[in-house]
Design a protein around this ligand. Structure first.
Ligand SMILES: [Zn+2]
Length: 281
């Protein structure tokens, strides 16, 4: 599930590999993937790839005055291949074929087709509603006073930090890592934090930068399909907390889970399984 650090390294690697490459053809085998129709994808033919950047969790591929804004959702991947996709590759959503034989491919795994792309004027990307609605980026972290205002909301930290309109870039994996780093419960409310806790949470955003540094060292120029994430706590239920040795617990929701160290984050309390408590209501 690509979040800010994963999309950042994807954009960096693709930017280095693609600058100056020219488009031979572009097509969208994913029937519902394109959210814009004018200009058509064919407008990319003959254009040079100028830059790949990231906004929130979205890669942006710039080709002169047109840009592809891509939302990977949970199962999309953007990768450069040396050869063209087989027409049988059912994961293909958008294919940008380059004159040198390589192919930039948006693929999506799993059964749900949720990833999308928009072809927009480059200078209109930041005004697109999917970008304009984003809160300040979680990395580099906003100044402490700005961050303190952003999270001063009566909502649990777990959804609050993932709410892209408040602060952008954090998803279900890194939120657990940030909260563990800050030694805060996922069920504390933003508006209930003491100034000292806000400061701790703000400081904990460094885990995003650390992850990017880790990827810079470990990920080759040619991006693999799956990037092993340097997670310490997310989906590590049953394992010892790397800091204090207490068994890591989990709270499960219908589509995701949160992991935490009871000793350091919830005052020793093991939280109820939300799935179970819903069933018992
Ligand atoms: Zn611990």
């Amino acid at each position: 599930m690509p979040e800010l650090p994963e999309v950042e390294i994807t954009a960096r690697r693709l930017d280095a590999a693609l600058r100056g490459a020219r488009v031979e053809s572009a097509l969208a085998p994913g029937m519902n993937v394109m959210k814009t129709f004018e200009p058509p994808l064919e407008a990319l033919v003959g254009r040079e790839l100028a830059r790949v950047r990231r906004v929130g969790k979205m890669p942006v591929v710039e080709l002169g005055d047109l840009a592809l804004l891509i939302h990977l959702m949970s199962a999309g991947r953007l990768r450069l291949f040396d050869k063209r996709a087989s027409p049988k590759d059912r994961a293909s959503r958008v294919l940008v074929r380059l004159e040198d034989g390589r192919e930039l491919r948006l693929r999506e795994f799993g059964t749900k087709q949720r990833a999308w792309a928009k072809l927009l004027p480059t200078d209109a990307v930041d005004d697109d509603e999917s970008v304009a609605r984003l809160g300040p980026q979680a990395w580099p972290a906003p100044p402490l006073d700005v961050f303190a205002r952003l999270i001063d909301l009566p909502r649990h930290l777990h959804p609050l930090l993932r709410h892209q309109a408040d602060i952008s870039g954090i998803g279900r994996s890194w939120v657990d890592e940030i909260l563990w780093e800050a030694k805060l419960s996922p069920f504390r409310k933003g508006s209930e934090l003491t100034p000292e806790e806000v400061e701790r949470l703000h400081a904990a955003l460094h885990v995003l930068g650390d992850a990017i540094d880790h990827y810079e060292e470990t990920i080759p120029e040619q991006l693999p399909d799956k990037v092993p994430m340097p997670l310490k706590i997310h989906k590590r239920e049953g394992q010892p907390c790397p800091r204090c040795g207490t068994t890591i617990e989990a709270v499960y929701f219908s589509e995701h889970q949160t992991n935490y160290c009871p000793e350091e984050q919830t005052g020793g309390r093991v939280l109820k399984d939300r799935r179970l408590s819903r069933l018992l209501k």
